[in-house]
Design a protein around this ligand. Structure first.
Ligand code: SF4
Ligand code: SF4
Ligand code: FES
Length: 316
């Protein structure tokens, strides 16, 4: 079957801005987008530039935007794309500087990985095998966080990264959980403390994009949630994000539902400066009916309170 691929081309040495070019290739049921691009490069346009190596979803070299979503070209079927989108458009990953065609600058990705110190820190400088008895527990605790192939698709799809390129991002944070569960590492608390800072775990907006695009089911957002849970369990509750969660839960436990007027007061309690800063927002919320002066009554609230009480008791 003859198929059309619309490919975004950009050569900074020649082009002012990116432009699309249509290519027609023969494709069979098994043809992947990568195979089609390789055919184009070999037979039609030798200038077409992209990264690839293993062709088996192992090396992480070939992520690109295919029909608007970050995917590995080597495991994306031409036929399935046509079935779902009735077209095939290919371009470089979003939110990364383009070097040429589908090749993007990966430095932002690697900087973030480096920022979480991606190696075991231990005073024992000899060989450090994981104790056999701990291996099984670690495997369970990792929850697939170690399956990452460093392709960068999640960072490219991340809404928080798009808003601020300082955000540590899904892959680096998923990497961070790996050292929390490693018994050889001696810096668990220091590492967790560092993640509380601005651009760390609390800056994820839980948009789920990283989970959707990850080709290895690492579920970076879930790993971030685990880091958040671990932080609260260890009493790291000073950050805005942690305060939001703990106060939110406290209010629901007491009143049976969120009290929008009480939450900001509880979050800023003890800091006049912070309280003054939220007054304009509070007035806006009141005017738009988003913070009712008299809280909504929840029928049978004692049942909700009992659930929270049981949960608290089960933690002891
Ligand atoms: S869930 Fe969080 S880390 Fe994942 S893409 Fe969204 S903002 Fe980024
Ligand atoms: S977490 Fe998934 S999407 Fe992100 S770099 Fe690793 S393999 Fe790629
Ligand atoms: S070529 Fe290695 S992951 Fe696609």
């Amino acid at each position: 079957m003859r198929v059309k691929l619309t490919v975004q081309k950009f050569d900074p040495e020649q082009d002012v801005k990116p432009h699309n070019r249509d290519y027609f290739v023969e494709a069979g049921r098994e043809t992947t987008v990568l195979a089609a691009l390789m055919k184009i490069k070999a037979e039609i346009d030798g200038t077409l530039t992209f990264r690839a190596s293993c062709r088996a979803a192992i090396c992480g070299s070939c992520p690109m935007q295919i029909n608007g979503s970050q995917k590995l070209a080597c495991r994306t079927s031409i036929f399935e794309e046509l079935e779902h989108h009735q077209k095939i458009s290919v371009g470089p990953m979003a939110n990364m500087p383009v070097i040429k065609d589908m090749v993007v600058q990966m430095d932002p990705f690697w900087e973030k990985i480096r920022a979480v110190t991606p190696y075991v820190i231990s005073s024992d400088d000899g060989e450090r095998p994981i104790p056999t008895e701990a291996l099984k527990t670690i495997q369970t605790d990792l929850e697939n966080a170690d399956a990452c192939i460093m392709c960068g698709a999640c960072l490219s799809a991340c809404n928080s990264f798009e808003a601020s390129d300082q955000f540590l991002g899904p892959a680096a944070l998923a990497k961070a959980i790996r050292f929390q569960v490693d018994p050889r590492d001696e810096q668990h608390d220091t590492r967790l403390n560092a993640l509380q800072e601005s651009n760390g775990i609390w800056d994820c907006v839980r948009c789920v994009s990283c989970v959707q695009v990850c080709p290895k089911d690492v579920q970076p957002m879930e790993q971030i949630v685990r880091l958040r849970r671990r932080s609260i369990e260890k009493g790291l509750t000073d950050s805005v994000g942690a305060r939001h969660i703990t106060k939110f839960v406290k209010i629901v436990g007491e009143e049976g539902r969120l009290n929008e007027a009480r939450l900001p007061i509880m979050m800023t309690w003890g800091s006049l400066k912070k309280m003054l800063r939220i007054i304009p927002l509070g007035i806006k919320m009141l005017l738009h009916g988003k913070a009712p002066i008299t809280p909504h009554k929840v029928p049978d609230v004692h049942e909700i309170q009992a659930i929270f009480k049981r949960k608290q008791e089960s933690k002891r």
